[in-house]
Design a protein around this ligand. Structure first.
Ligand code: ZN
Length: 593
């Protein structure tokens, strides 16, 4: 046997799945998805087939002709889940598995009506990256094996479903009170890009090929915030080549969604914390859109090569921002990312193996070491290559890379080989081996500077010595400039300084979550009690891990704020996604007592 991915039981000596046909029913009362997954293999097959599952209840497996297929569910492995071994009779082309999910399936979050904006209907969404598809569908859960899919999803009447696929109609369900939504995904995708969301949903068209979905209470705000998406798509096409996925639709989820966005093809999932009311946080949309090329079209072969997805996408996202808003805006974005990178290098330690770009995750769950490193270090590696070679030549290389590897999944080593083939010597010139295989940041990391950035950081760094921005300066700052200023302030301020900041920059009342959370992190670390009600409100409402980590972290510094964190967490945890609980708990495990 030959295992091809440290996070999958998939075996390259066994048959491969070509496509999936899902016939599933969503049962909110029992918090269960039940039905059938039919796997179409690449050719007539026989013998052992190992699939990935996690806590699935498998009832029956049959061939297309109805012959029973013997199967065995292996022991639980904490990282991999359970191996489902099937013994295929000779000539098997299609394999049907009848099964159901347990209520605690980690790839699903079931929301009660009171956890939604509308408060009247329940909501369900999936999050399959990195290795959670197996908790909802029995399959070969490795990005190395791409699949197309079709789905028939049955729901209670009055709710709607969207998927990372094209809609293919709807019909009455198998019984009164149920309705079935049909989907078809003709382009092969890695299984982590399968996605489903169910709820009371409304939509608004943004352009002939883009639409935003959200709860009815949020959809107008979402349509306003993301109105510029068509210009963004056209800009990205100018940089990276044609958009290959037909439509670019977006879904704004309830606030417990654990990420900023998830690049599910044809249906990006987004956190509602992007709805700042000033279009200032659409860089996340630029990021998810850029994944349409880097990540979804050219995919990391396994999570050991995650930087190929995320580093390339952050680099691409900032090129889109630069094309749309100019070099100053891009420099601010690089500076904001640099702060995140420095925090993560401190968290892991600069000689930690988790600060390498090419990782070795054998025996490690990717969620346990998720960080900004592949994003920010990876994008800096590509920016260095771009600077060294020159923009025109590097852009040509990127377009060739995408055209060469589209709809495939590749390793770091395949990337390097292609780089050497097209641009001989560049890898050596930039010290690619140190970037990819060594921990920490290489000394030749590119530096991003601009006059506005220099002025802001100098002003913030002089804060302890008494320097303050004037009201006119504060008034002129863009949201990104305000954020950069806050990021460069000390993490602990006295009460008078906190009060001055809050009054002068009107921070506690902000609707822009990037600014609000940066401020609350400083205020929590400073034990500044006037913000506690707002802090409580944010932690109870929002499950985005990017915010939970610094907030719960800063609350750990003082006895009073530690007590507050524990009290708020106890109330908030039932509404958090499993991934968000894991993040908050890992941060609180480091508390002093
Ligand atoms: Zn990403």
């Amino acid at each position: 046997m030959t295992r091809i991915d440290p996070h999958s039981w998939a075996d390259s000596d066994q048959p491969r799945t070509r496509s999936l046909d899902l016939a599933l029913e969503v049962d909110f009362d029992r918090r269960r998805i039940a039905g059938e997954a039919t796997l179409e293999l690449r050719g007539p097959s026989d013998g052992a087939l190992d699939l990935d599952t996690r806590a699935l209840r498998v009832h029956e497996a049959t061939t297309e002709g109805g012959a029973s297929v013997p199967f065995q569910v292996g022991d639980e492995d904490a990282v991999l889940g359970q191996r489902l071994r099937l013994e295929l009779p000779g000539g098997t082309r299609r394999l049907r598995i009848r099964y159901e999910t347990p209520p605690e399936a980690v790839g699903l979050q079931w929301l009660e009506p009171n956890q939604t904006e509308g408060k009247r209907h329940p909501f369900l969404f999936t999050q399959f990256q990195p290795i959670h598809a197996r908790s909802v569908i029995p399959l070969q859960d490795t990005p190395r094996f791409r699949v197309t899919y079709r789905a028939a999803i049955t729901l209670p009447e009055g709710l709607a479903a969207v998927m990372s696929a094209g809609p293919a109609g709807e019909r009455p369900g198998p019984r009164p009170g149920a309705r079935t939504f049909l989907f078809e995904m003709p382009q092969p995708i890695p299984p982590y890009l399968l996605a489903l969301a169910v709820g009371a949903l409304a939509s608004r068209d943004l352009s002939p090929r883009s639409r935003v979905w959200a709860e009815p209470a949020t959809v107008e705000a979402a349509a306003w915030e993301f109105a510029g998406v068509e210009q963004m798509i056209a800009t990205a096409e100018g940089l990276f080549g044609p958009y290959d996925w037909d439509r670019y639709d977006m879904l704004v989820l309830p606030p417990s969604f654990p990420y900023g966005g998830m690049e599910n093809p044809r249906m990006t999932f987004l956190t509602p914390t992007l709805l700042a009311g000033d279009r200032s946080l659409v860089d996340v949309v630029a990021h998810e859109l850029a994944h349409s090329w880097t990540g979804n079209l050219v995919t990391n072969a396994t999570m050991d090569h995650f930087w190929l997805n995320e580093g390339a996408t952050v680099w691409a996202e900032r090129r889109i921002l630069e094309a749309l808003h100019g070099p100053e805006a891009a420099a601010l974005s690089w500076a904001i990312g640099e702060q995140a990178l420095e925090i993560e290098l401190l968290r892991f330690g600069a000689d930690s193996p988790w600060t390498r770009l090419r990782t070795d995750l054998q025996g490690t769950h990717p969620d346990d070491v998720y960080s900004s490193i592949p994003y920010e270090k990876g994008s800096r590696f590509l920016a260095l290559a771009e600077r060294t070679l020159g923009r025109e030549g590097f852009d040509r290389f990127v377009r060739e890379y995408i055209a060469r590897f589209r709809f495939t999944s590749i390793t770091t080593e395949e990337f390097l080989a292609f780089l050497e083939e097209r641009l001989p010597g560049l890898a050596r010139q930039v010290g690619a081996d140190a970037w990819l295989y060594e921990p920490g940041m290489p000394a030749n990391a590119p530096v991003f500077r601009s006059p506005a950035l220099e002025a802001l950081t100098a002003l913030a760094e002089a804060f302890p010595a008494g320097a303050r921005p004037t009201p006119e300066q504060v008034e002129r700052w863009s949201p990104s400039e305000t954020l950069v200023y806050l990021q460069h302030l000390p993490r602990h301020l006295d009460e008078a300084a906190c009060r001055w900041l809050d009054l002068s920059l009107k921070l506690t009342a902000r609707g822009n979550y990037e600014i609000l959370v940066e401020w609350l992190t400083i205020a929590a670390g400073s034990d500044y009690a006037p913000v506690f009600p707002r802090l409580r409100e944010v932690l109870l409402r929002v499950g985005r891990m990017k915010y939970l980590r610094p907030l719960y972290g800063a609350l750990g510094r003082h006895p009073r704020t530690r007590a507050l964190a524990r009290e708020v967490y106890a109330a908030a945890a039932p509404g958090y996604h499993a991934l968000s609980r894991r993040t908050a708990e890992s941060v609180m495990a480091e508390y002093a007592e």
